[in-house]
Design a protein around this ligand. Sequence first.
Ligand SMILES: [Zn+2]
Length: 315
Amino acid sequence: MLMGLLTGACGQKQPLPATLNEAQVRAKLEAIPMNEKVNLSDEEWRKILTPEQFSVMRERGTEPAFSNKCFNIHQSGTFVCAACGNPLFDSETKFESGTGWPSFNAALAGDRVKVVTDTSHGMVREEVTCARCGSHLGHVFKDGPPPTGLRYCMNAVALKLVSLEKATFAAGCFWGVQAEFDATKGVLKTTAGYTGGHVKNPTYEQVCAHNTGHAEAVEVEFDPAVVSYQQLLDLFWTIHDPRQKNRQGPDVGDNYRSAIFTHSPEQKAAAEASRDQQNAQGKGPIATEIVSAGEFYPAEAYHQHYKSPSCVIHR
Ligand SMILES: [Zn+2]
């Protein structure tokens, strides 16, 4: 009997893993939270990258200088990895190097790029790769302009410029709030910090002493082509209790107040309409403050991305 079962089990054919098509690879990539690493096979990368992108990004190639008109792009926004969407450079750090490749004097904070020594082609250079997906981006040289003296010489084909919008929310302790927005598709960057008060450059201790007027808040930078402000508002209502005034659960004080800091008249109108809808649906009375965004002070480094994505309850 046992033999029969074993034979039967061994006799079953295991289905071979199916090769993913382009849409499936894109879906697989998009399902990975932005703060997690991406590991796709070469075969999978080939499905979603152009041959030129594959050659540069996965085979460490270099595009000919001046070959990609994007080297000369001057719109403001954030340059993201063309393979995985990881934010890499702010347009404010881009400068004219005359080399025919897009050049930046700094990468975005948060170890978004990785620099390793490259000894290929008889030269010693510092290679720059995307820290999230490992794609080759270019090299960094020490002949750039102040204040860093660095020149990140990138392949234009490895970058994509996106115009991000800002949104700022306060919903109690910023650790959990930041983790929720970090896990949201289309949110490319979040910063935990303090805003809405009257003290410049406050410390965590000052804010917790309740005399700065600041709320613990999270500044969210998002790609409106992927996630709308309305969707962020919808999330905001669900991640805390907006009926509580100056507290969230065991955290008591005006620094834990529920607030939406709006960055435009459109955001203000959308936030107020969304609040009114919550009230109309019997989810109120909503105590959330809706005010114009003022100066935002990033919190100390140890508060940033405090909660790992595994703590997040995925929706
Ligand atoms: Zn990448």
